[in-house]
Design a protein around this ligand. Structure first.
Ligand code: UDP
Ligand code: MG
Length: 318
């Protein structure tokens, strides 16, 4: 593709309370753009778009300052905090008509920015989606690493297919972005949707670094609800499990029934307080869990049928 014009790349960065990390990470990304355009890999007018997710600190002021110094740093500011996935989608939709490919990356430089070079090379070789995959997570705490891996395995067991150890660090071609824009769901789980788009894809591996500044906005509680959102947005397997459990219990019930009748007829039936207590508690909790899972899906239907806008862009720096 030596004769074709160089691709214009947009780096999309969702930011929530990142006043400390953003000045460092945006500079790093600009120098990477310089490096890539100097080596003839991308167009010099490639840029960084910061999507401010209703931050409570000075993140937006920081973006304005950075933009005034170098207009290759652009920004959108969401009206209020809508979460990482929506902030990222807002950013991707904002750059959709102004780039040949977009690379999404977090503001904290935990995902090695230099992996973008490999991503762009693969894009230029014809790949439409390039996933950044963590080759090691040694710098994450043991707890974060173990819970994250637990979630991947749990999600796969529940029928949600995602790329293992890939978060939201990825390159998407302009065509992939337009296809993504067709997905109208409100419960957004990009890691599940993007593999469904189905264009040619590849993987780039990189080592995960510690946060450059600030602290994680993803505690265990948020990770857990993110994972449940992912599973219930993509898979009906939990409902199938309720059905299978019901069937299994029915078979056991028949055996128990036969046993009870035999015990009654032979006159050996005695008041079984323990067994009654156990079954009451067991069936009670099972019923509650089942209702809970069904409730998850009803909750999804509830929010999807409203077709509410997923974000509102308040201000724009372009
Ligand atoms: N983020 C966001 N909205 C939120 C929470 C996080 O836009 O409500 C951004 C955050 O600024 C960062 C990225 O999402 O750029 C990932 O968050 P973080 O690094 O805190 O998550 P972790 O890497 O610890 O899982
Ligand atoms: Mg992070």
């Amino acid at each position: 593709m030596a004769d074709s014009p160089l691709p214009r790349i947009a780096i999309v960065v969702p930011c929530y309370n990142e006043e400390q990390a953003l000045p460092i990470s945006s500079m790093e990304m600009l120098s990477l753009i310089d490096e890539m355009s100097a080596s003839g890999l991308i167009a010099p007018d490639s840029y960084v778009l910061c999507s401010n997710d209703g931050s409570k600190d000075r993140t937006w002021e920081v973006i304005e300052e950075l933009h005034s110094k170098d207009d290759r740093i652009k920004g959108i500011c969401l009206a209020h905090n809508r979460g990482h996935q929506n902030a990222l989608l807002a950013g991707l939709m904002a750059v959709m008509d102004n780039c040949d490919a977009a690379i999404s990356i977090d503001a904290d430089l935990q995902d090695d920015p230099s992996a973008m070079i490999e991503m762009v090379k693969k894009f230029r070789d014809g790949c439409e989606i390039v996933y950044g995959v963590r080759s090691s997570r040694e710098t994450d705490t043991w707890f974060k690493r173990t819970t994250a891996h637990g979630f991947y395995s749990f999600q796969n067991a529940m029928g949600l297919e995602t790329i293992y150890d890939h978060a939201d660090y990825r390159l998407m071609s302009n065509r992939a972005l337009h296809l993504l824009s067709e997905y109208g769901e409100s419960n957004l789980f990009l890691r599940g949707i993007i593999p469904q788009i189905g264009l040619s894809c590849d993987v780039v591996r990189y080592a995960r670094n510690p946060r450059v500044a600030g602290e994680s906005k993803y505690p265990l509680s948020k990770m857990l609800s993110f994972s449940i959102d992912g599973i219930t947005s993509f898979s009906a397997r939990p409902m199938r499990w309720i059905f299978m459990t019901g069937l299994t219990l029915l078979i056991i019930d028949i055996l128990v029934g036969i046993y009870v009748v035999i015990a009654l007829l032979s006159g050996t039936a005695i008041g079984g307080w323990a067994s009654i207590m156990l079954s009451v508690w067991f069936l009670g909790s099972l019923t509650l869990i089942s209702i809970g899972i069904v409730g998850e899906y009803i909750g999804k239907i509830f929010t999807e049928v409203k077709h509410r806008p997923r974000f509102a862009v308040m201000k724009q720096l372009w």
